[in-house]
Ligand binder design. Structure first.
Ligand SMILES: Nc1nc2c(ncn2[C@@H]2O[C@H](COP(=O)(O)OP(=O)(O)OP(=O)(O)O)[C@@H](O)[C@H]2O)c(=O)[nH]1
Ligand SMILES: [Mg+2]
Length: 323
């Protein structure tokens, strides 16, 4: 609980520098207005300003005919983005805190402890995955750029005595090239499952399989570009180059709403169940509220994409409200 009696739930981003964490947050922010029938998700003023700026940077990238794919400013310090959930004409009842930080922290002994703390506190983790590193040259750059091995180690440390539910969202970004019409979206999903098999296997262990829901939701945060080349310097990928799908194509982010829909399903259900366990569920107004929120959870479920390359890898029951 925080002041004003609003429950707070935490979401953290996870992924090395440059994979696309902040861009993904900006793409999700762009979709917030259209989320929910019975509830509204409102960004705080500071969140609005910060994410609006990142969104403008993404659009700038899309506006160039040929772009190098490095327009969004690298994050230099931890930043949180606050959204509040409320029913129309009611005060907010749930605060969602999205934690972003420089991906470089993962590789830095001095700062890694902070990432571990963010992971410990987070009810939901969004792993941003650079799909180009995952897909090109049969995943040759994946370990170097996305560092799935390091991510598994972090989870093994943080989830070893887990006694609460968690949602883990695997979110490939920079995936426009692999989801163009005429391409097989199954390849992207198969590469995620293959590239993160150790992590997925860990979540499937008996201690975790009932507590951790795992979903895959690709997001095209720019949307109108196709990869033309990876510039490699001294054996290291330095830069991606893109061109537009057609001259004049406008920035068209796609599926930024999907991670939000999945996480709202999970977090609202968690909120309802926490209240029920608190022993107050018999209160008539709380019962009515929870009933309404349960319907909202299931409405989000109807809006969640389930077909390839989207997938619920485990924990369907943690994403559904029983009415
Ligand atoms: N084409 C394409 N480019 C993207 C996408 N998402 C991110 N990018 C590009 O990738 C670059 C890095 O993205 P960021 O969001 O800054 O990455 P980050 O993970 O926040 O990096 P740090 O802040 O350094 O940890 C940006 O300059 C974007 O232009 C995407 O979906 N498609
Ligand atoms: Mg960033």
């Amino acid at each position: 609980m925080t002041q004003n009696n609003i429950q707070e739930l935490n979401i953290t981003m996870l992924g090395p520098s440059g994979v696309g964490k902040t861009s993904l947050l900006a793409a999700m922010y762009q979709q917030v207005q259209a989320i929910g029938n019975l509830t509204q998700l409102k960004p705080s003023k500071v969140t609005q300003v910060r994410l609006h700026d990142r969104l403008m940077e993404l659009q700038q990238m899309a506006n160039q005919i040929e772009s190098t794919g490095t327009t969004v400013r690298t994050t230099v310090a931890p930043q949180s983005f606050i959204f509040e959930l409320q029913r129309p004409n009611n005060p907010p009842f749930l605060r969602l805190k999205f934690q972003d930080y420089p991906g470089g922290y993962l590789a830095d002994a001095e700062y890694k402890g902070q990432v571990i703390q963010f992971l410990k506190n987070a009810n939901t983790v969004i792993i941003a995955i650079d799909a180009i590193a995952l897909m090109e040259s049969r995943g040759k750059w994946n370990e170097r750029i996305n560092k799935p091995g390091q991510i598994v180690e972090l989870f093994q440390e943080v989830y070893k005595d887990l006694n609460e539910r968690r949602l883990v969202i695997l979110a490939p970004v920079k995936c426009e090239t692999y989801l163009r019409p005429g391409t097989d979206p199954g390849k992207l999903l198969a590469s995620v499952v293959d590239g993160y098999d150790e992590l997925i296997n860990f979540f499937q262990t008996p201690e975790l399989q009932d507590k951790v829901a795992v979903v895959v939701t690709p997001v095209q945060t720019v949307g109108c570009v196709v990869l033309t080349e990876i510039q490699v310097v001294d054996g290291e990928p330095q830069q991606y180059r893109f061109h537009k799908t057609f001259p004049g194509a406008a920035c068209a982010p796609q599926d930024g709403d999907q991670p939000l829909m999945y996480l709202l399903r999970f977090l609202l259900k968690l909120y309802i169940d926490k209240q029920a366990r608190g022993g107050f569920a018999w209160l008539v107004n709380l019962f009515a509220q929870n009933d309404q929120l349960g319907r909202e959870v299931n409405a989000f479920a109807n809006n969640c994409k389930k077909d390839t390359p989207f997938a619920v890898l485990q924990g369907d029951n943690l994403l559904e409200a029983k009415l």
